[in-house]
Design a protein. Structure first.
Ligand code: HEC
Length: 92
């Protein structure tokens, strides 16, 4: 598990220079993605007030198949940042 963590951090760091949830996330795009792929089972309001960075970390693991989830979801780093920002805002 520890090695996986290191790999995730390395890949995230290499993937997008200056990747930062708060600086580059687009909650409006996240809203559209969430409505299309997640709203069937989740309500954004359930995630209101959660830390966007922590949510993004969970989404990365789910997307990479490293965290158990009901369905396989595949999101790009940009989509993860967008959806995490939207979820953390509780859908507002
Ligand atoms: C087919 C139903 C379904 C779909 C579609 C779905 N999920 Fe889930 N998801 C679940 C279930 C069930 C759980 C585990 C129970 C829970 O925490 O709600 C879960 C858990 C999670 C968790 C962990 C919650 C926690 O508190 O640890 C996150 C984050 C999450 N989903 C994000 C997403 C995102 C983002 C999408 C869309 C890209 C998505 N899910 C699509 C059913 C789904």
């Amino acid at each position: 598990m520890e090695l996986n963590r290191v790999l995730i951090v390395a890949v995230a760091g290499l993937g997008i220079a200056g990747w930062s949830v708060s600086a580059s996330a687009d909650a409006a795009a996240g809203k559209a993605k969430f409505a299309a792929d997640c709203a069937e089972c989740h309500e954004a309001a359930d995630f209101a007030g959660e830390d966007a960075k922590a949510l993004a970390d969970s989404l990365k693991k789910i997307s990479a198949g490293q965290m158990k989830h009901k369905t396989a979801i595949k999101l790009s780093d940009a989509e993860i940042a967008d959806v995490a920002a939207y979820m953390a805002s509780g859908g507002k």
